[in-house]
Design a protein around this ligand. Structure first.
Ligand code: SF4
Length: 766
């Protein structure tokens, strides 16, 4: 009886609308004639705006059909929230259509320790934090201020629930899948869809099943599941898939361990990752003061089988991982899919000529700051301390939230860290996102760091492109700081402690959850749970500000074919960090004109091998953003040509907004990362891929590329066979035609015509 399913009192905004979802799912089942569904599909399809629009066979849905969905919730981090909210403001609504939260975490620098760093970061970013806070008050969005914690940890502790579907303006939003949610990282314009109650569109992902067997022991931890999988699948291997974990090995994992695995699923390009409901979820919900939601989820699962895969559900592909034999691995440098087993690290280091000394160790972040992670790290530190060892290199700990920090403090974990020379940083992103001030002695040359973070593109941590970040479990990072050397394998090797004695670590041990429960810590970090909108609140953005700038709508399409000039031919990897760098640029996230000065400054010019260097038609040398601005002023629309997985990495919509702002019209690549391709479409750009990859070699900067059948594609609402023909005119006058593929849906064509998705939504809300 669906009528009897009611949100527990006081938990309404945090409980998925189970009755409505079940009703939707029964319609889905009817349309599909009861074909069995995976867990991910049950959650996703139960959020369909209209289940009757679903194709009647799974084969015609997965990887084929565009779904229109109603997410339950939105979370935004401070760097991306600025642009998301600036776009939301242009829609003129009084409040958000779904519960939402803002998290101040990315703008906080890590240097000397939590208290000092937090105070100086609040002072530096005052204007932005005040803007976000006033948006929160005006529109009824929860505001988690600086120091309260990292978006994904707070979501896990407060909002994630089996069956929930949420969007987050951050690529590691899938972290919430560790607690059974379908949580998808998106750009701000997608978030605005959900915030305005506009159906959010997603091409139905295929489903990759990862079967876990056995049980981990010793040094192996959940991080090793995902570093192993990333090594196996590469950074493109999950594109277009939801990763769903199943098998008896799942039952041996903690909820936070599952979150670590889902978190770093972003590194294989997956749409998201998730686990069906487990006993560990139920326990974690109870431990995080959401016992009644856990009870309801359990009863919904027991009575309707909602929160698990159907018997006989088929995955598009299955990968099996035996947890019994899984070995810790170390992934990097510069790409998360370069995976080396710890037992092979010594030889691989030698072979690649990597530096043998490690310069720093960092643990925590949204990926690995659970109670389990921290207690295991402390168990390693205590062994070293008992043997009289001190860390040989600087060591930093980033707690994911005030709740985890306060609980660590109560249970003596912080004391152990600090007694052993660790610096405990603020509950924020800090070194994970380039906000790491290494002080006057920061290495300038090649240097190795070990982190328990999730991402390791060049310059990601300290802004130094030569810093080689190796990603691994907090256990391995903590052990490595006592040797400071790449050739140390803590599972096997000993450390000399003098007097002819040596010391060898025992495997770490930890607790999944604190036996005395979590404590909240400082109350000032907790916002009102269900804030009401206050229309009287004024949001002011000073025209003199260099941090915030109100948005001017992009111009609608003029109805003509596009004629564009190749401004840059990019060589190799081009992530969102290359397209819109973080680090010092984070401060301009709310100011489109200023942040556009970093556009593609990390990109390598295929023709010259130079970084951030392009040449005008007369041969004059420019930085990439400067030439883009010059061509914009000259009304010369441009196109960028690039290679595979362009825009891989984060959900950073600035990587799409900036090219559009600077006069770009088309990005033509060998392939795109999913979020970035969508972001480009949302900003009114045309993302295309080569039908024949070899055509990449035929193009040069200065070539003029003109579409031949864009109007036809638009008239047919994207349904023109998926090809845009482009005439190429070389500088010597030679011409030829190439075929390019597009994936524009009906809605995306509407965005293109309107100039952007926001223009389109704004019009429809009037
Ligand atoms: Fe913050 Fe790093 Fe997590 Fe991103 S991956 S949310 S930057 S801690």
């Amino acid at each position: 009886n669906l009528e009897s399913i009611k949100s527990p009192q006081g938990y309404e905004a945090r409980t998925p609308p189970y009755a409505k979802l079940l009703k939707n799912l029964s319609q889905v089942k009817r349309v599909l004639n009861n074909q069995p569904l995976t867990y991910a599909e049950k959650i996703l399809y139960s959020h369909l705006v209209n289940p009757d629009e679903l194709a009647s066979n799974i084969k015609d849905i997965r990887g084929v059909q565009y779904l229109k969905l109603n997410p339950d919730r939105v979370a935004m981090q401070d760097a991306s929230a600025q642009m998301a909210l600036l776009q939301f403001i242009t829609c003129g609504m009084a409040s958000t259509a779904v519960p939402a939260s803002i998290h101040c975490d990315h703008l906080i620098v890590g240097k000397n320790g939590a208290e000092e760093d937090l105070a100086s970061s609040i002072a530096t970013n005052k204007e932005v934090f005040e803007f976000l806070k006033s948006c929160g008050e005006k529109f009824g969005i929860q505001f988690w201020g600086p120091g309260s914690g990292i978006i994904h940890q707070i979501v896990l502790e407060n909002f994630s629930v089996p069956g929930l579907m949420m969007l987050g303006t951050d690529s590691h939003t899938p972290n919430a899948g560790g607690l059974g949610a379908i949580a998808i990282g998106v750009g701000g314009a997608d978030a605005v869809d959900a915030l305005t109650g506009t159906p959010w569109e997603l091409k139905a992902p295929k489903i990759l099943g990862v079967k876990l067997t056995g049980k981990m022991s010793g040094w192996t931890s959940p991080k090793d599941v995902i570093t192993h999988l990333t090594g196996k699948l590469t950074v493109r291997g999950g594109t277009g898939y939801i990763v769903e974990y199943f098998g008896e090995g799942v039952q041996t994992l903690s909820c936070t361990g599952m979150a670590t695995i889902c978190n770093m699923g972003a590194e294989i390009g997956a749409t998201t990752s998730t686990f069906p409901m487990q006993e560990a979820h139920y326990q974690y919900l109870a431990a995080t003061n959401r016992g009644p939601i856990g009870e309801l989820a359990k009863s919904v699962n027991d009575n309707f089988g909602f929160l698990k895969a159907d018997e006989g559900a088929q995955y598009d592909e299955v990968i099996e991982i035996d947890l019994n034999t899984l070995e810790p691995s170390v992934n990097g440098p510069f790409t998360p899919d370069l995976s080396t087993k710890i037992s092979e690290l010594k030889d691989t280091t030698k072979k690649n000529n990597w530096p043998e000394q490690i310069s720093a160790g960092l643990i925590g972040s949204c990926t690995n700051s659970s109670y389990q992670d921290m207690t295991r790290a402390v168990s390693i530190m205590q062994q070293a301390e008992a043997a009289g060892l001190k860390p040989k290199i600087p060591f930093f700990v980033t707690p994911g939230s005030e709740q985890i920090r306060a609980t660590m403090e109560r249970d003596g974990l912080i004391e152990v860290f600090e007694k052993n020379d660790a610096i405990v940083l603020a509950n924020a992103c800090g070194p994970c996102i380039g906000q790491w001030d290494r002080g006057a002695n920061a290495p300038k040359d090649d240097n190795v760091i070990f982190t328990s973070f999730n991402r390791n593109f060049k310059a990601r941590n300290d802004g130094n492109r030569k810093t080689m970040n190796f990603l691994t479990s907090p256990d391995i990072v903590t052990a490595m700081i006592y040797s400071g050397e790449m050739n140390f394998n803590p599972l096997k090797d000993s450390i000399d402690i003098g007097d002819g004695k040596s010391f060898k670590f025992n495997p770490p041990h930890g607790e999944d959850l604190p036996s005395s429960g979590f404590i909240r810590g400082r109350e000032e970090f907790y916002p009102e749970l269900e804030p009401k909108p206050k229309p009287e609140v004024e949001i002011s953005v000073s025209p003199e500000s260099d941090r915030l700038e109100l948005l001017e709508p992009f111009k609608p399409w003029n109805g003509k074919e596009l004629e564009t000039t190749v401004i840059l031919k990019v060589e190799g990897k081009c992530t969102t960090d290359h397209i819109s760098a973080a680090g010092v640029w984070l401060k301009y996230k709310g100011h489109l004109s200023n942040i556009s000065n970093n556009t593609l400054i990390g990109a390598v010019n295929k023709e010259t091998g130079e970084v951030n260097t392009v040449y005008d038609l007369d041969g004059a040398k420019f930085s990439i953003p400067d030439l883009m601005m010059k061509w914009k002023d000259e009304s010369r629309p441009w196109i960028v040509v690039a290679e595979h997985n362009y825009g891989e990495g984060s959900a950073r919509e600035h990587a799409a907004l900036q090219p559009r702002f600077l006069g770009g019209q088309i990005i033509l690549t060998k392939s795109f990362a999913r979020i970035h391709e969508t972001n480009l479409k949302k900003q009114g750009m045309l993302p295309l891929t080569f039908a024949n990859e070899a055509d990449y070699d035929k193009l040069s900067t200065g070539d003029v590329l003109s579409t031949l059948n864009l109007k036809d594609m638009v008239e047919k609402n994207g349904d023109n066979g998926g090809i845009i023909k482009m005439q190429v005119t070389k500088k010597n006058g030679e011409t030829f035609v190439i075929d390019c593929k597009h994936t524009m849906s009906l809605d995306q064509v509407a965005f293109f015509k309107a100039g952007s998705a926001i223009n389109f939504i704004g019009e429809s809300k009037k």
